[in-house]
Design a protein around this ligand. Structure first.
Ligand code: UCC
Length: 568
């Protein structure tokens, strides 16, 4: 539906059969000329056989990263269509420059983050306990440039009102695949700032922290972690949280517990959950016993805030990122939510980090596809460039359609976020934002794994070679369906949004799609697609009416259908 709405459906249908339509005609002529030159040079060079050197004379030209903003026509068109002209001009200029900086040096920094992963040094050479988390220089530079570029700040400065989030997140989208995973702490930093703002917390500790989280000054800028998972539960937070908070006379609390995954452990602060103990040390179990706390990882006088970094996790991917097991042994913390409202209030953070998860997912898909596309104009097989093999072109075109669909879905959610924060969202948009945020997260995360895997195949054996830098993209996206709620948990969250709103979210969804597709009704070449969308819409919504008892088992398929109908 978003694709229809973007008036490009015809274009996308053609895209399936002819990948050449991805490029404007002038570019195509240049490409065709280039193709025949490359092909003829290739046959000359291979005819020399091994006479020039004992290793042979052929070396494959690798794929090249170019300005990803310029390469992303869907993003550019969306921004041009949505932002007012004067806003677009400013945003466009900054994104262009940032796209250049990524190619010029940021991408190199991300490679250093991958090559030099963090280390936890527990003892020094003389046996003294040190507990130092070592991170490479490139990781620290990512911190500084994130502040300078306003990667969190833009969303809170709100210089462009309802469009500020689109600006901030478009920038994060360009940055994500070259960030060395620094977008992970940024996601949680954004989530923490959002939580402080939404709850209207006025205690000086929170006010001071907020000013650091949204700062553009690298020395002042702080990042945040989010420590929710314990040994017994990542999904079942209520069943898994054992951490206890003991009230102190000065109004603070002391936390005792064991946090199982604390990503970006070098963050300055963290939001976490714990159960407040009464004077007898008793706690309330279940969701109602959980309260949200704020803590600083280091004490003002130096040293860790009564916590122990037990070990760094051995992860499949995201190794650039320090994720640790932490023992809280009297960590000083401040209560952020009302007692027992921890899960409900930390959901503010979760909604944000789930959008960031989707940014990472779509950005990774875009990155692998752009590299594969570039490579297809450099690699020759069976006597011609692989772009000129219809089947290869068809696969790339199908991926292109998936990526564009996911991107448009993402941008719509981000735009609603910006509207909500600026008091501009309609009731329909507010409802849709609640239901479709988990749908966006679960859908794009799974798509990212599939698209990146397919994208690697476009490089043949080279896609499997570590030193091309390509396999790391697949390893890193594999966390996206897990982090911040698995696919099942998010599918159930969609059902939660339906029941809590008394099905109002579904009504909003229905009317929104009818409204967006209205213009397609009367356009001849769109009539068939229109009928297909409306038919699918009715089928999906009827399913809820007819099968209330089967909703849980069908929750995943249902969420996928919501995503597909919305995108198509
Ligand atoms: O552990 C993880 C990391 C693994 C990977 C480590 C490597 C890191 C590398 C990173 C690289 C980037 S990830 C797992 C993180 N955990 C989660 O995301 C939590 C997943 N679980 C959920 O989301 C659950 O659905 C819970 C915890 C929210 C469900 O808890 P309950 O106790 O069943 O919740 P209730 O009772 O349904 O909801 C409690 C309140 C309700 O509000 P009230 O009380 O006002 O009615 C809900 O409406 O919370 C509200 N609520 C929400 N509100 C729940 N969910 C939401 C929501 N999404 N939005 C708004």
């Amino acid at each position: 539906m978003l694709l229809l709405w973007s008036k490009k459906t015809h274009f996308f249908r053609k895209l399936f059969v002819n990948f050449n339509t991805c490029f404007p005609p002038s570019t195509l002529t240049v490409f065709r000329k280039l193709c025949s030159e490359i092909e003829s040079n290739f046959s000359k060079s291979t005819s020399l056989s091994f006479s020039a050197a004992k290793h042979g004379s052929f070396y494959q030209t690798p794929p090249k990263l170019s300005n990803q903003y310029l390469e992303d026509t869907s993003l550019l068109r969306y921004l041009k269509r949505t932002l007012p002209q004067e806003v677009f001009e400013k945003v466009n200029k900054d994104l262009l420059e940032f796209g250049e900086a990524i190619v010029a040096n940021i991408d190199q920094l991300s490679k250093q983050c991958e090559a030099l992963p963090p280390q936890l040094i527990i003892y020094n050479a003389w046996g003294k306990r040190e507990e130092k988390l070592w991170t490479c220089d490139a990781w620290k530079k990512m911190h500084n440039l994130s502040a300078k570029e306003g990667l969190v700040a833009i969303g809170y400065e709100r210089k462009f009102g309802e469009f500020s989030r689109l600006y901030q997140m478009a920038k994060l989208y360009l940055y994500a695949p070259s960030s060395g995973l620094y977008t992970c702490p940024l996601a949680m930093t954004d989530g923490a700032a959002k939580t402080i703002e939404t709850l209207g917390l006025t205690h000086p500790v929170f006010v001071a922290a907020y000013s650091r989280l949204v700062s553009r000054d690298p020395k002042f800028f702080w990042t945040s972690g989010q420590w929710m998972t314990e040994r017994q539960g990542g999904s079942d937070v209520a069943g898994g949280t054992e951490t206890v908070a003991f009230p102190q006379n000065d109004g603070t609390f002391r936390l005792f517990g064991y946090k199982w995954f604390s990503s970006a452990t070098d963050a300055n602060i963290a939001l976490t959950l714990a159960r407040i103990a009464d004077s007898q040390g008793q706690v309330i179990q279940g969701t109602k016993g959980l309260t949200m706390f704020y803590l600083e990882t280091c004490l003002p006088e130096g040293g860790l805030n009564n916590l122990e970094m037990v070990q760094l996790k051995e992860k499949l991917g995201t190794r650039q990122l320090p994720t640790a097991e932490l023992l809280l042994k009297g960590t000083v913390a401040y209560r952020m939510s009302e007692a027992g409202r921890g899960v409900a209030e930390i959901s503010n953070m979760l909604s944000m980090t789930r959008i960031h998860n989707a940014i990472a997912a779509v950005a990774s898909m875009r990155r692998i596809l752009n590299l594969a596309r570039d490579y297809s104009f450099k690699r020759i097989a069976f006597g011609k460039l692989i772009i000129n093999h219809p089947l290869h072109m068809h696969i790339l075109a199908s991926l292109e359609t998936e990526v564009r669909g996911s991107l448009l879905f993402l941008l719509e959610i981000i735009h609603w976020l910006g509207k909500l924060e600026n008091g501009k969202a309609t009731d329909t948009e507010t409802l849709l934002f609640r239901m479709l945020t988990p749908v966006l997260k679960l859908f794009t995360a799974k798509q990212a794994v599939a698209v990146v895997s397919e994208g690697l195949e476009a490089f043949g054996g080279q896609g499997y070679m570590e030193n091309t830098g390509l396999p790391g993209i697949l390893r890193d996206v594999q966390v996206l369906p897990i982090w911040e709620g698995t696919t099942n948990i998010l599918s159930l969250d969609v059902l939660r949004s339906i029941s809590r709103s008394n099905k109002e979210v579904l009504k909003a969804y229905y009317h929104d799609i009818l409204e967006r597709t209205e213009m397609a009704k009367s356009i001849e070449y769109l009539k068939e697609s229109y009928a297909m969308v409306i038919g699918s819409l009715n089928t999906v919504l009827q399913f809820v009416q007819i099968n209330p008892d089967k909703l849980e088992v069908a929750a995943r398929d249902f969420a996928y259908s919501l995503a597909r109908v919305f995108i198509v």
